[in-house]
Each structure stands twice: as structure tokens, then as C-alpha cells.
Design a protein around this ligand. Sequence first.
Ligand code: TYM
Length: 342
Amino acid sequence: MSDTTATFTPRVFSGIKPSGGLTLGNYLGAIKRFVDWQEAGTHQTIYSVVDLHAITVWQDPATLHAATREVAAGFIASGVDPNRSILFNQSQVSAHAELGWILSCVARVGWMNRMTQFKDKAGANAEAVSLGLYAYPALMAADILLYHATHVPVGEDQKQHVELTRDVAQKFNHDYKVDFFPETEPVIEGPATRVMNLRDGTKKMSKSGESDMERINMTDDADTIAKKLKKARTDPAPLPETVEGLQGRPEARNLVDIYAGLSGLSDAQVIAEYAGAGWGRFKPALADLAVEKLAPISTEMARLMADPAEIDRILAHGAEQARAVAEPILRETYRIVGLVRS
Ligand code: TYM
């Protein structure tokens, strides 16, 4: 931990885009860990459905609206408790957009040009994507710094964005000669911070992949979860005797990581239990474990989504709490920058 974080209230912030449904990658890489932070009780925990980030690429309005509630339902069904964590959707707290603008005047174009996720998403079409997609990391920095968050649990793919947040905080502090924003720590821990595609272990599991068989959706029922895991691609060799034996075996590593993430064991403990086992033994055990852990969440999500007014009420209450934390920090930012605000 850097020295600077010690002077700030211990606070966790993280977010998930409602650009489609939740996957097992979001669950293991993010939500399950959000719940762990909440349960640890060492930090105030603030979680957001980051809808302003979702619209950096085209979203059908009705689908976006439904997905925002679905992601909120996924948080709650997985154990994020709106009475113990602040849970809200980003667009209800306008301070995100306000600080986002200020920080986009601090961040440098050269920094944005280095963002690998932008390059991946824009592909050969970089001239035609939205300006928002390009500036996205400045808004993400605002999400985090608006709460003076000290720790940000994310999957591996977000590491560069959290590191950029530190650069933005440093430059702001330096330019204005203040010690105002913390140098936030990205927290990328555990065996499943990069869950891979079930059909190709070299690609990340994502909500936008072509085939539904390549991912587990948090809304999948028990039979679908079991079927997808049993059909997951593997190599022909049995599980190795040691973790080192997973080297160069991306599909095998992924299934071991998923088992470890769901069970709370380490990869080494999973390997110790299944050393030398064939897939005929490991895959059904994995499918049973996944069904045991995930099916109750999808059932609870369905129950919550049947009452959208209740989800909206929870998000509105969370937004009110988020504003209470954000407002003094935004106000002080305006003062530091020299913006007149009565
Ligand atoms: P998003 O919406 O793409 O993903 C949400 C979280 O899920 C993690 N994740 C994964 N983890 C492991 N394996 C996978 N296959 C996988 N797929 C997704 C992501 O790493 C992330 O933690 N820019 C962010 C959202 C965001 C944010 C923030 C996050 C906006 N503002 C402030 C933290 C703090 C994003 O697009 O995540």
C-alpha cells in the first residue's frame, strides 16, 4: 500500500457496465470479491452499475434500462447488501459526469492512446467510434476519485484503467499543488481474475462473444450451466500433478481457475485434490459445484427482477447515499480548480 492511502478513509469503489447481462467472469472477477470486501467490514463499500460507461457504444434504450436493473439484481442476488454497501446506478449521481469533465482536462491524449482496451474495442475502426469510448478512462477515474476510493477490486482487464486513475490523481495533485486525491490501489486477487472463454482458452469470457456456449450467464439455469461446463473445450491430457503442469494448457487452467474461484480454494489445492484425474471425473465435479453456487443466484435474480419497482427504490436510495459522499469532494474539487460555485 502506498503512503498516501493511509491518510484517506478506507473505501472501496467498483463498477460494472450494464452493456448486456452478467457473466461468470463478472461474478468471479468482480461481484464475488465485492461481497468479500463488504463482509470483511474493513472498508466502506460503494458499488455502481455504470450506465454512463455503457453508452460509449450504442445501446438500445429499452435494453439498457432492463440491463441496468438486471445487473443491480445480480449484485444483490450475489450478496451485495444495500443496507451495508452503497449500490446505485451511475447516471443518478451527476457528480460523476461533472468530475469526469474536469479529469478529462487533466488526463493527456497520449495516455488515452496507450489504453489497450480502447485499441481492442475500436479495432480498425478507430476514427468512427464515439469520443466517449476514447475518453472513457477519464470518466472511470472520476468514478473512483469522486469517492476518494483507496481500493478498487477489478478483473485483470481493468488494471491499466486503474493505473491511469493513479496518474490522473498524481497530475491533479501536482498541477494544483494539493494532496487531495488518493493514489488508489487496483486489487486484482484470487484465482479467477481472468476467466476465459469456454470454447477458446486464449480469449476472455465476455458478454459480447458470438456463441452462448462460450460463456456462463448469471441468468443461466442449472441444466444450462452443467451442459456448458461439460461441453467446455479441453485438451486430451488428464489434470497435472502440480500447478506448474497447467503451463501452456489454457483450457485446463481456466477450468481449474473456475473451480478454485467458485470453491474458495487455491489452484494448488484444486490440483492437489484432482491430480491426475481425467476430464470425465473433473468436469462433472465442476458442473455440480457451479450449479450449487450459481443456480441459487439466478433464481434470486429472477425473483428480484419480477419486482422492478423495488430495484428502482434500492438504486434511488443508494444514489442518495452516494451523493452524500461525493458532493463535498466535488465541491472541494471545484474550489481547488477555481470554478465559482455558490
Ligand atoms: P466491465 O463492465 O467490463 O466488467 C466489470 C468487472 O468484471 C470484470 N470482468 C472479468 N473478470 C474476470 N474474468 C472475466 N472474463 C471478466 N470479464 C469482466 C472486470 O475486470 C470488471 O472488474 N471499465 C469497467 C467498469 C468501470 C469501473 C469503474 C470499474 C467503470 N468505472 C470504476 C472499477 C472502478 C468495465 O468496463 O468493466
